[in-house]
Write a protein that binds this ligand. Structure first.
Ligand SMILES: O=C1O[C@H](COP(=O)(O)O)[C@@H](O)[C@H](O)[C@H]1O
Length: 260
């Protein structure tokens, strides 16, 4: 477990731009070191804000997009192309504007795909795809993602791991089907906490007043069953990227000294 590091930016626009710059650097460094990079995307407002900022950044041309594997931390289990699917929103924000290798874009299954409406079968299929991509040196059933992004929900959910639902208790499987999510749609697919913790770096994004309570709870010692964001950490680094509004409830000792 890595201790959380907190960075606070002035507002959500600056947070998105700074996170995009950070992600570009991380991808370029991973590609220089290992030939390719892998990133797990998140849905939600802050995740899409980061992708839009990346699309607008001139530095995006420093990335070799054809040597980037993209995975998803969760997906709303809806038909292919549905406007509420995280992959649809990511395509609109960034993916359709860069030269990705389609074989390296690992979208989670749709509800009208080969598994039909069986969300458990769809979750198993995604787990199998992750397992095929894992290398022996990864020591697990998922690749060692370079960066795994997570938007933090106002209820402290991350990916589609909601407080007290069975998915957040999962300790064996890497991907699960989720039913009864309190945020629509109720049926989803999610990486589990063990899969999230296989990442080298986990970056949690939260901006806006409506996230302040969740951020304070998750960073103040709450348990992961009650506050799933508290259980999300990376092997080398856990970074909380916030704006001032989301950081407003943090106790002084958690607030970074050099914040504006
Ligand atoms: O439904 C979801 O919500 C969370 C958080 O979204 P936000 O809009 O409150 O920032 C997101 O992380 C997740 O991927 C998504 O499916």
């Amino acid at each position: 477990m890595t201790a959380p590091q907190v960075v606070v930016h002035r507002d959500k626009e600056l947070m998105a731009q700074a996170a995009a710059a950070r992600l570009i650097t991380k991808i370029v460094d991973a590609q220089a070191a290992r030939g390719s990079a892998s990133v797990v995307l998140t849905g939600g407002r802050n995740g899409n804000g980061l992708l839009a900022a990346l699309a607008a950044s001139p530095a995006r041309d420093a990335v070799d997009w054809s040597r980037l594997d993209l995975w998803w931390g969760d997906e709303r289990f809806l038909p292919e192309g549905h406007a509420d699917r995280n992959v649809t929103q990511a395509r609109e924000a960034l993916l359709d504007t860069v030269e990705l290798d389609p074989a390296r874009v690992h979208a989670m299954p749709a509800s009208d795909g080969v598994n039909g409406g069986d969300v458990d079968a769809a979750a198993e299929a995604y787990a199998a795809e992750l397992a095929r991509a894992a290398r022996p040196e990864n020591h697990g059933a998922v690749p060692s993602f370079d960066v795994l992004l997570l938007g933090v929900g106002p209820d402290t959910h991350v990916a589609s791991l909601f407080p007290e639902l069975p998915a957040v208790r999962e300790t064996e499987r890497m991907v699960v089907g989720v039913r009864g999510a309190p945020k629509p749609p109720p049926v989803r697919i999610s990486l589990t906490l063990p899969a999230i913790r296989a990442a080298r770096e986990v970056w949690l994004l939260a901006a806006g007043e409506d996230k302040a309570r969740a951020v304070t709870i998750a960073l103040s010692g709450a348990g992961e069953l009650q506050a799933p964001a508290a259980g999300a950490y990376g092997r080398s680094r856990t970074l909380w990227l916030l704006d001032r509004a989301a950081a407003a409830g943090l106790p002084r000792e958690l607030y970074p000294p050099a914040s504006p």
